[in-house]
Design a protein around this ligand. Structure first.
Ligand SMILES: Nc1ncnc2c1ncn2[C@@H]1O[C@H](COP(=O)(O)OP(=O)(O)OP(=O)(O)O)[C@@H](O)[C@H]1O
Length: 260
């Protein structure tokens, strides 16, 4: 079943130097319960698309629905079914993991008691139980990212949007996060829409890939299908395949070692 569908989704920014067509017309579908890897070179329009699909940014053209809710006419409905973890912000905070989780629950209008129960559930699901009474600011990068994901899952969204979730993590932290993302799909049937610059990550995690360049979709399919079609063979690397599709490398923000 289709859970996200976009048609000609577009966003032009007005700047002093003139209009910037960040997203020129994205047509894509995402199926319920899949992990979709959303790839593209720097500046291709990935974050802008994510921000539109999560209602943080209004489109200037086209249309989209998320779990049956129309972006333009029912943004509150879209927000109810989405969780969004933005690129790492490096937030340092003096409050505990438990307090962060409870505050988030309260923002979603849970009672104090419900928010406390939900905090425990989320901590259990995301292996944060031992850390509930630690100050959030003292967590390692990987644990902080797990907390960010826990916060985004407070209202049990059907779709989780992750913008470069493993950037800056060490190999162990990346591997843990991959396991977590797979578990969300397998145990909760959560649809995961993620962007990454790490092609090994996209290859290992994604059920399907959508490649964007200059604000439009330039290729889509399973990792194997894309390798066969664009890389020349099913054994081609995703690096070579990506290069064949876009003419550019995926230019990771830093050269992270491979997690397996
Ligand atoms: N608020 C803004 N005002 C003007 N231009 C913007 C704004 N936000 C993004 N852009 C431009 O839109 C284009 C797409 O940006 P976006 O951040 O969506 O790309 P991206 O694919 O996520 O890039 P990266 O991989 O580097 O994170 C870029 O040229 C960017 O400079």
């Amino acid at each position: 079943m289709t859970i996200i569908s976009t048609a000609g989704l577009a966003r032009t920014f007005r700047t002093k130097l003139g209009p910037v067509e960040a997203v020129r017309g994205i047509d894509l579908t995402v199926r319920e319960g899949e992990i979709l890897g959303f790839l593209g070179p720097n500046g291709a329009g990935k974050t802008t698309t994510l921000r539109m699909l999560t209602t943080l940014l209004a489109p200037t053209g086209g249309a989209a629905t998320v779990a049956g809710h129309d972006l333009a006419t029912d943004p509150a409905g879209v927000r109810r079914v989405c969780g969004y973890v933005a690129q790492s912000g490096g937030v340092d905070t003096q409050i505990t993991v438990r307090e962060e989780l409870i505050t988030q629950g309260r923002l979603y209008r849970l009672t104090k008691a419900q928010a406390a129960v939900r905090a425990e559930e989320l901590a259990r699901d995301l292996d944060l139980t031992e850390l509930l009474d630690r100050k959030a600011g003292t967590l390692s990068g990987g644990r902080r990212r797990r907390l960010d994901i826990a916060l985004a899952l407070t209202h049990r969204p059907k779709v989780l949007f992750l913008d470069e979730p493993t950037t800056g993590l060490d190999p162990g932290g990346r591997a843990d996060l991959w396991d977590l993302i797979r578990r969300l799909r397998d145990e909760h049937r959560t649809t995961v829409f993620l962007t990454t610059h790490y092609l090994d990550e996209a290859d290992a995690l994604s059920d399907r890939l959508v490649v964007v360049d200059k604000g439009v979709v330039v290729a889509e399919g399973t990792p194997s299908a894309l390798k066969l079609r664009h890389g020349g063979s099913i054994d081609a690397s995703l690096q070579d395949t990506f290069l064949a599709i876009t003419g550019r490398s995926a230019t990771p923000a830093d050269a992270a070692p491979v997690a397996v």
